[in-house]
Ligand binder design. Structure first.
Ligand code: FE2
Ligand code: FE2
Length: 186
């Protein structure tokens, strides 16, 4: 990889923030959603670019390979089960979670295809590939709107202090940062 590509990879890595141990874990999920929105904008750029855009390509790859799997695990393993346990019948949480899990299953199928489309730095996308990229970004945006508008506000009302503490512990462990719980200064 060239020095220029290395620098671009470092810039892309700057989009990966660390989990703030003092913060509400739902705020961290919301921040991941903002990052995902930025990634969708970069995917749109890639669909419109007539020459390969290495910064956008590497940033999208970094997000899809490193951040998205952890984010999906945060939701599937922690957030959704806690929402199921804490919601009231009028929340109709089962329908909400089933829809979101169906979106995640689509993502599990589509994300490797998108990563494969982006692995070659010199590749210029044809019309079908541009369509695939645009459809992926559109689906991700719809998912984000649903989670931001319905799930996170409901979670802020329904989840308990101990739910949030458990979620934060699990999120730190998932990222190999659980030592911070014993020694926050390290
Ligand atoms: Fe999400
Ligand atoms: Fe999600």
């Amino acid at each position: 990889m060239s020095a220029k590509s290395d620098q671009r990879l470092m810039n892309a890595g700057a989009m990966i923030s660390t989990l703030d141990i003092s913060a509400n874990p739902l705020d961290f999920i919301a921040e991941d959603h903002m990052r995902e929105r930025e990634i969708c904008a970069l995917i749109d750029q890639l669909t419109e670019a007539h020459t390969p855009d290495d910064y956008a390509r590497v940033s999208v790859l970094a997000f899809l390979s490193h951040i998205l799997p952890q984010h999906l695990a945060d939701e599937e393993i922690d957030l959704f089960p806690m929402m199921r346990a804490r919601s009231e019948p009028e929340d109709e949480i089962e329908k909400v979670v089933e829809k979101l899990q169906a979106d995640h299953r689509h993502s599990a199928i589509d994300t490797p295809k998108i990563m494969s489309l982006l692995k070659d730095a010199d590749h210029v996308h044809d019309a079908d590939e541009r369509q695939m990229l645009a459809a992926y970004a559109l689906r991700a945006r719809h998912h984000l709107i649903f989670e931001n508008a319905i799930v996170l506000p409901l979670a802020r009302v329904r989840l308990t202090v101990s739910d949030l503490a458990e979620m934060k512990r699990n999120m730190l462990t998932r990222r190999g940062l659980d030592r911070l719980l014993e020694n926050p200064s390290c």
